[in-house]
Design a binder for this molecule. Structure first.
Ligand code: BGC
Ligand code: NOJ
Length: 812
């Protein structure tokens, strides 16, 4: 069952039934100010950091679900409704929510009165602009009141949710004309405030929640709205809010537009006040001046559209299947930007409180996004590397506002350092900017202790070399990619964190997954060394990689697949010897991507085992058989019921590793089959089962052992976005940035006739037409650049500004 449809022309998903199986959200903002908005206008805003600078309040896991947001109410002679259906839930004659690239447009209509709200965060602007368009489609005069509503968060979202003894007394506002200023804590240490305004004289206002709502009411029936009369309240403590009342009259056919702005302002400390405790409103007034009229909004809206047009134009596919086009050209790339911006901090499954920017996550997010905004990727790489320790290890996450590492979810995840090599290498391949390796980058954010980024990569590499276990495989540390394989944590205490508790000596448990990573990203490191003429270092690194390969051959192969790890007792995990968890996906993907087993049939054997044991209707599960009980020596993985999350869920993040592995085997049919199974637009028809948005990937789809296979959770913020884009764009469609040009190596289903990709790379444009007359999966028969036949599969870098025609003919 579907709840809407794609509008590819406008790059929108159009929701036509507000009762989606879960709130279906969108993100506004691409720089500093962000909002999350649901299809019924729920959600919240923050500046840079979802925990430390939360601007509006949101209650997760609320009843009813998704209560609280940027609401509008209409009261026409006692008939009360909201354009987004919620919170009032009056049946609408027409409802539509269009989630687009950085904006959301929600329209409701009742009795031929239409209200359309456009929510957007303009480029370079620290605020959310809401344009409300009211249209009288009837042939009678209409008079009604429009109410707006937002609820302020007292800045630190964690404190706001917990510290009520203090917070109920600190709330402060100022009100001037149509603007409500939220200035809680401004009198003391904060140099920032927020405001909510409308570009017209109001009939009334509210800034105290209780006055507006009534103590015992929900958002569905605020006293002020139901009685059609703002209370003109001024908040003193308790819960400050902001609501405007506008009385409106519309002649038949008449339309009226209003512009609301929810803004965030920082003021230099010396200029905080204009007179005794009155806040300096000048910066806010400047912001308001930018959006006085609907035309101002139109202009910003067009700018935003052009911005996205431009970003997405770097990789554009023309393919006979519309689902694939919309995934590759629009939504997958859009999701990559969102994951790049938010890492795992704020979604409808991440509260914005617990997790900042992940070290491993951000490096991986980067690979799906670096082609779009390489400058920001560069900055990100430096930020991430700045949280690395001298010995190459890393904080697992850092706070976006302070850019400082924190160990709230532990550290010593021994895969972390290697991801920095991946991120940096992908950046250099895309841009050819080798200067990044010379950047001086601090360790642990200590400006007095710096080394080049190259040195950081070396420390990443050496961190593995210096932390080997009894089989000479890499020690797993806290956990490797799999946060829930906690081999040094034997937890018997409820509530203890599996990620921060380490109560076993960490010198035994080893990871075959990190071994594969080391071979794979170690090879990237070697290439960088060679390009820089550091031959000796390259030789040294190659020696270690060769050793690791041998160790994997000797201790990492189980007969039909790669072993996953060795536990604290030196017992194999992911082996036929075990009753549960005989085979895991991660080591198959990573070892084969590293090339291990490609030349001797082991890769094929392992991939066949994946197909046989891990594949199911909805994707590839993480492990099999699922753990049916708690294994204290394995940790969190065995705490999840079968089929969910890391315990045999379809953890979509690593499905693309298998797709890529299949392409390395030349098996385009299998790679495509796996891709299609989890690719959101192909799942639109089963939206009722899938539950999460059909336009973005979810972290997890319940696996074959689950109570409800096929049901997804944790949409949006997942490494799935970047890895799937990487797999489809670079390995299946086969167009890959490399140090010296664009590598062309499609590995596609035999049934495909061909497709065209337009790729912008280092300033030039390449229009690459791939044809498959012999219906093969892979192999270049011909590669022609601007009429000239090329040997091999590399298109050299063409002049900046040039437009180049490339013909690729597949065949034997
Ligand atoms: C989740 C991860 C998370 C970890 C630590 C796991 O259950 O799958 O997303 O990083 O817990 O909180
Ligand atoms: C989500 C985390 O963000 C990511 O870092 C991790 O690799 C996966 N969960 C698997 O545990």
């Amino acid at each position: 069952m579907k709840f809407g449809h794609f509008d590819d022309q406008k790059k929108e998903y159009v929701i036509t039934n507000p009762r989606t199986p879960y709130p279906w959200i969108n993100y506004l903002g691409c720089e500093d100010f962000f909002s999350i908005v649901t299809n019924t206008a729920g959600g919240y805003s923050f500046y840079k950091d979802a925990r430390l600078r939360r601007i509006t309040r949101y209650r997760y896991n609320n009843v009813p679900v998704d209560d609280g947001g940027k609401y509008f109410y209409i009261n026409e002679k006692g008939k009360v409704w909201s354009p987004g259906w919620k919170p009032v839930k009056t049946e609408l004659d027409r409802y539509e929510c269009r989630h687009g690239m950085g904006y959301t447009r929600i329209t409701g209509e009742v009795d031929q009165l239409e209200a359309e709200v456009l929510y957007m965060v303009p480029l370079g602007y620290h605020g959310e602009v809401q344009r409300v368009k009211l249209s009288n489609r009837s042939d009678r005069k209409r008079s009604f009141s429009l109410f707006s509503y937002v609820e302020w968060c007292l800045w630190d979202a964690l404190d706001d949710n917990t510290n009520f003894q203090r917070n109920f007394s600190t709330g402060q506002v100022e009100i001037v004309d149509s603007t409500i200023y939220h200035k809680t804590e401004y009198r003391e240490r904060r140099d920032h405030y927020a405001f909510y305004t409308v570009n017209e004289q109001v009939a009334g206002l509210d800034s105290d929640r209780e006055a507006f709502l009534g103590l015992y009411n929900g958002y569905d029936a605020p006293d002020a709205v139901m009685e059609c009369e703002s209370r003109n309240s001024h908040a003193h403590g308790w819960s400050p809010v902001a609501s405007h009342q506008l009385n409106i009259e519309l002649e038949p056919g008449e339309e009226k537009q209003l512009v609301f702005v929810l803004g965030y302002v920082e003021v230099p400390v010396a200029d905080k006040f204009v007179e005794d405790q009155m806040i300096n409103k000048e910066p806010a007034e400047k912001m308001m001046a930018k959006f006085r009229t609907a035309a101002d909004v139109d202009r910003a809206f067009n700018e935003l559209g052009n911005f996205w047009e431009d970003l997405l134009s770097v990789y554009q596919l023309e393919h006979p299947e519309k689902e694939l086009n919309r995934a590759v050209n629009i939504w997958n790339q859009y999701q990559c930007m969102v994951t790049f911006n938010f890492s795992r901090s704020a979604s409808f499954f991440e509260s914005g409180i617990g997790r900042g920017m992940g070290f491993r996550d951000s490096n991986q997010d980067l690979i799906g996004f670096v082609h779009q905004v390489p400058g920001r990727a560069r900055e990100r790489i430096i930020d991430i590397a700045s949280t690395q320790f001298e010995d190459g290890s890393a904080y697992h996450q850092y706070q976006p506002l302070t850019k400082k590492g924190n160990d709230a979810v532990g550290s010593n995840f021994n895969d972390d350092p290697l991801w920095l090599i991946l991120g940096t290498d992908e950046y250099i391949k895309e841009t050819g900017d080798w200067t990044i390796l010379d950047e001086m980058v601090p360790f642990d954010n200590d400006e007095s202790n710096k080394a080049t980024l190259f040195e950081h990569l070396k420390r990443s590499f050496n961190h593995v070399v210096n932390n080997l276990g009894p089989h000479k495989l890499p020690l797993i540390g806290r956990a490797d990619w799999n946060d829930c394989l906690n081999l040094n944590c034997f937890s018997e205490t409820p509530g203890e964190s599996f990620q921060t508790t380490e109560n076993k000596e960490g010198g035994v448990a080893e990871s075959v997954f990190i071994a594969g990573m080391f071979v794979l990203y170690g090879a990237s490191y070697v290439k960088l060394c060679q390009k820089l003429g550091k031959e000796e270092e390259a030789e040294r690194a190659m020696g270690h990689i060769e050793d690791m390969r041998k160790v994997v051959d000797e201790h990492g192969w189980d007969g039909k697949w790669f072993i996953r790890a060795y536990d604290h007792f030196g017992e194999k995990i992911g082996s036929d010897e075990r009753e549960e968890g005989k085979i895991f996906i991660e080591s198959q993907g990573m070892c084969i991507m590293a090339g291990i087993g490609l030349d001797d049939g082991r890769a094929r054997t392992a991939l066949d085992s994946v197909k046989e044991r891990l594949d199911c209707e909805y994707g590839i599960v993480l492990n099999n058989p699922a753990f049916t009980r708690y294994h204290v020596q394995y940790g969190e993985i065995s705490t999840y019921p079968e089929g969910y999350k890391e315990n045999a869920g379809i953890f979509c993040h690593n499905n693309p590793w298998i797709m890529i592995a299949e392409t390395l085997e030349g098996n385009g049919n299998a790679a495509w089959d796996y891709f299609r199974k989890i690719c959101p637009p192909y799942l639109e028809e089963i939206s009722d089962l899938h539950k999460t948005e059909p336009y973005v990937y979810s972290q997890m789809i319940a696996g074959k052992d689950a109570f409800k296979p096929g049901e997804a959770k944790n949409s949006w913020l997942t490494g799935t976005a970047a890895w799937n884009f990487y797999a489809i764009s670079q390995y299946i469609l086969g167009i890959r940035a490399d140090h010296d040009g664009l590598l062309i190596n499609p590995v596609i289903p035999e049934a495909w006739d061909g497709y065209t990709v337009t790729r912008k790379f280092r300033g030039a444009t390449y229009r690459i037409e791939v044809s498959n007359p012999g219906h093969v999966s892979s192999g270049l028969k011909e590669l022609i650049l601007n009429g000239e036949k090329l040997e091999g599969n590399l298109i050299p870098i063409c002049d900046a500004g040039s437009v180049n025609q490339v013909q690729v003919v597949l065949g034997k």
